[in-house]
Design a protein. Structure first.
Length: 278
């Protein structure tokens, strides 16, 4: 009877544990919150000083204020916004292809080290080859089209995803694999419940690198593969007609896009792989 009463009594944490759980986290001051803004602020100050003192001709480098005005006008009247949207669409398409094909393939290859070693040379070879060197090859295969730009970006991003996913599985913590075997887990259970989860953290690192790579390749492809839209097309056209304000505004928007994509994936990684390092 006493045991029954005891079992119904709710468990309460020790005082120290409860106090630690209730204690507020360290407060972040305004100074620390403003740290990420110091770099861009310093860049714009140096940029402005270079223009003011005439170290670079205005025809080659407009002031940051004029560049920002052109950037805002380009988004407000829709011309820059349209090219921005086209580049985002191509980048997302290339990334989704790379992720949907590369992650499962990398996990499968990583679960069988012999299988991965048999294709490791090909992955490393093409991963080390500049994507711009493959543009003529993709031109021959896909011709001058949007598919070409997406395909070459997807290929470059795919190699990064496969590499990171495979090595995440290969380098899975041996203690957890051994613990699963000791508890009688089958090979499929070890693959599903241990290796897949262990590969998530390096896979997310690969996905973050892959989306940046996809953006870079898309912009380069827009510059040199018969494009009539996109940030790369806008940058190269502005350079050819010496519209430097529009060129720098387009470069800033491309940089901002890459930064936002990186921060987005960092946030998703921290939420999904919250156990990383434990």
């Amino acid at each position: 009877m006493a045991d029954a009463v005891t079992s119904k009594t709710p468990w309460t944490p020790p005082a120290a544990t409860a106090a630690a759980a209730a204690a507020p986290g360290p407060k972040v001051g305004w100074g620390e919150r403003m740290l990420p803004a110091l770099g861009p602020l310093a860049l714009f100050i140096v940029w402005d000083l270079v223009v003011r003192f005439g170290l670079v001709k205005p025809i080659l480098l407009p002031s940051p204020a004029n560049t920002l005005i052109t950037l805002i006008q380009g988004f407000s009247n829709g011309t820059l916004l349209l090219d921005f949207g086209v580049t985002v669409l191509r980048t997302v398409e290339a990334f989704l292809i790379a992720a949907c094909v590369g992650m499962p393939l990398g996990i499968v290859l990583g679960s069988n080290e012999k299988a991965y070693r048999s294709v490791e040379f090909l992955i490393d070879f093409f991963r080390s080859t500049p994507s711009s060197a493959l543009i003529p090859l993709f031109l021959m295969i896909f011709g001058v089209s949007d598919i070409n730009k997406v395909a070459i970006a997807a290929f470059g991003a795919f190699l990064i995803v496969v590499f990171n996913s495979a090595y995440g599985v290969i380098n899975a913590r041996k203690q957890r694999v051994m613990a699963a075997r000791v508890m009688g887990a089958s090979r499929w259970q070890i693959f599903r419940d241990v290796l897949v989860w262990e590969s998530l953290q390096p896979s997310f690192v690969g996905l973050r690198s892959a989306v940046s790579m996809a953006l870079v390749i898309v912009i380069v492809a827009e510059m040199f593969i018969g494009s009539d839209s996109g940030l790369g097309h806008r940058i190269i056209n502005s350079q050819q007609v010496m519209n430097v304000r529009d060129m720098y505004a387009s470069i800033l928007s491309a940089g901002a896009l890459g930064y936002v994509l990186n921060i987005l994936f960092l946030t998703i990684e921290r939420r999904v792989v919250h156990w990383s390092g434990r």
